[in-house]
Design a binder for this molecule. Structure first.
Ligand SMILES: [Zn+2]
Ligand SMILES: [Zn+2]
Length: 557
């Protein structure tokens, strides 16, 4: 008797058509293996939102079939939603590198989620989860403990690159990327490759992390008379390690500044991922007790985040007082969308008398993502039968698909996925199935909020609000003409107010007064009528909130 044929498919629940909230599910028969579970930072069009996470509906519906969650690395766009997933589905076993697991654990403690089954894996480890065998393959990236995944399924190998670059001379704890490992996986025959696309628009190859160290070393040597404040991504442990080494060499004490920098660096020091003479580490409160030119502060805030240490310094609101004689280095590049915030900080730091070095002035930062030539090399080594580009906006995915085609993968063997797509891997082709429920959920300080609420907030901030207090005698079913109108964020003239009142009365008179007075129905109808009228009169679309209050005064008699 032959075994039952189980189809193999990939579900894209986040991380395609966007750079952020990566969440991919690989399905064999009923079994589901999840790869990454990330979040996205909010943007100006999601007011009041702290975090954007994927819609977990599909996973919740199939929660009993989930065999595990494997993590490529500890960046927020790969781990940021894990506490929220575990709040819905508590018992998923999670596998990741030591640093990724430490960062996840920190999040879970913060969110008081204590059901997690966390497992640390090393490069070359193999973990069997249901019918899948996951092999963790070390890659270079802007965080240590980053993996590509070779996932053996009963139909063949799915190779997920994770976020990667090819760095032949990495520093610290990273081993150079072993090109031969990729070639060996390619030789075994890869059915499908999921390849990250972030830097597909950049020609050539990325510069080695070592170059940043050399540049920083030169800057430190050239400025022996200055206090140096340097901001970078807290999770870039290798970068922090390079800075510490240079600071120690130049006889400076080191302090960490900013919550995430302190948290991650202390974690990394305890884990032995950062090495330094502890004598040289000073708490940021005490750094002023040392000669300024003998100190170095490593800080968060390289993206202009409003509450970060560097922003506070720039605004004169931090323990660290920036002044003449300070050199401030931004060892980072702006994530698109953050430029304005970053330039505001740079301007303010200059105003305080500091010297600032940033951006393309020098090689102060290198990307953690493969450029075109590296993407080509990966595709050539893996030589997959099918290819689906991931980790990119639509244009990145499109260009990565073209690149694969240029390297000889037939167009019919390449798909561009959108969020919610399920793509089946058949023997001869990729087959798009019915999309599943997927998308974004929003989180603020109080919990999850819906898409409609975001729309309303956007409308409130852009278009203003009109509150109409309507006095209704529910017994006599009469509306008082004493309607109070309060407007915020929209200018109402006398005649506009008269119009608002008139449309409220229209809404009232269109109610079926034979039936008992239906407050909700009236409010809805009044809101709609007034909003429509205002849109015509003012070209603004304010949120209209009618409020009914019971009024039994003898006003009506
Ligand atoms: Zn990453
Ligand atoms: Zn990423």
């Amino acid at each position: 008797m032959s075994k039952k044929y189980n189809p193999l498919s990939v579900l894209f629940l986040g991380g395609v058509g966007e750079i952020g909230k990566n969440l991919t599910a690989i399905k064999y028969g009923e079994e589901i293996l999840i790869v990454d579970c990330g979040s996205t930072f909010p943007s100006p069009d999601t007011p009041g939102v702290d975090l954007i996470i994927p819609d977990f509906s599909y996973l919740k519906e199939h929660k009993d079939n989930i065999v595990g969650l494997v993590i490529t690395h500890g960046h927020e766009d790969h781990i940021g939603s894990i506490p929220y997933l575990l709040q819905e589905i508590p018992n998923i076993p999670i596998y990741g590198s030591d640093l990724a697991i430490a960062l996840i654990n920190h999040k879970l403690v913060e969110k008081k989620v204590n059901t997690a089954k966390l497992n640390v894996v090393k490069a070359e480890d193999k973990v069997k989860l249901g019918s899948f065998t996951v092999e963790f393959v070390q890659v270079a990236h802007s965080i240590i403990g980053a993996f590509a995944l070779a996932i053996t399924t009963p139909h063949g190998i799915i190779f997920h690159t994770g976020d990667f670059k090819i760095d032949y001379t990495p520093i610290g704890n990273s081993k150079p990327v072993d090109i031969s490992t990729f070639a060996k996986i390619g030789n075994r025959g890869v059915l499908l490759m999921l390849g990250e696309s972030t830097n597909v628009e950049k020609p050539g190859t990325t510069i080695s992390e070592k170059h940043v160290g050399k540049t920083l070393d030169k800057i430190f040597m050239a400025n022996p008379d200055k206090r140096i404040i340097i901001s970078t991504f807290a999770s870039n442990v290798n970068r922090v390690q390079q800075i510490i080494k240079i600071a120690e060499k130049s006889g400076r004490k080191v302090a960490f500044s900013g919550r995430s920098m302190i948290n991650i660096c202390e974690m990394a020091l305890d884990m032995g991922l950062i090495k330094m003479d502890r004598e040289n580490l000073v708490e940021v409160e005490h750094i002023k007790d040392y000669p300024r030119e003998k100190t170095c502060i490593i800080s968060t805030g390289s993206q202009g985040e409003p509450m970060s240490a560097l922003t506070r310094m720039a605004n004169g609101m931090d323990k660290v007082v920036v002044q003449d004689g300070d050199l401030i280095i931004l060892s980072s590049s702006a994530i698109p969308g953050n430029e304005k915030a970053i330039y505001t900080i740079i301007n303010n730091l200059y105003k305080r008398g500091a010297k600032v070095m940033y951006g393309s002035l020098e090689e102060l930062h290198v990307s953690g993502h493969a450029c075109r030539e590296e993407l080509k090399m990966m595709l050539s080594l893996i030589r997959p039968k099918f290819f689906i580009p991931v980790h990119g906006e639509y244009r990145h995915l499109k260009q990565h698909a073209k690149l694969a085609q240029d390297l000889g993968i037939p167009e019919s063997h390449i798909e561009i996925a959108e969020i919610g797509d399920e793509i089946e891997i058949k023997t001869k082709k990729l087959q798009r199935l019915e999309p599943v429920q997927a998308g974004a959920m929003y989180v603020d300080g109080f919990g999850k909020i819906s898409h409609d609420q975001i729309k309303e907030r956007r409308q409130l901030s852009n278009e203003g609000v009109i509150v109409c207090v309507c006095r209704v005698n529910k017994t006599t079913k009469m509306l008082s003409d004493n309607i109070q109108i309060e407007a915020r964020g929209i200018e109402l003239r006398e005649e506009d107010i008269a119009e608002v009142k008139m449309y409220i009365m229209k809404a009232f008179s269109s109610m079926d007064l034979e039936k008992p007075f239906n407050e909700k129905e009236f409010e809805k109808s009044a809101a709609k009528k007034v909003a429509n009228r205002m849109a015509k009169l003012t070209t603004q679309k304010p949120v209209v909130i009618p409020i009914v209050i019971e009024d039994n005064s003898d006003f009506y008699e």
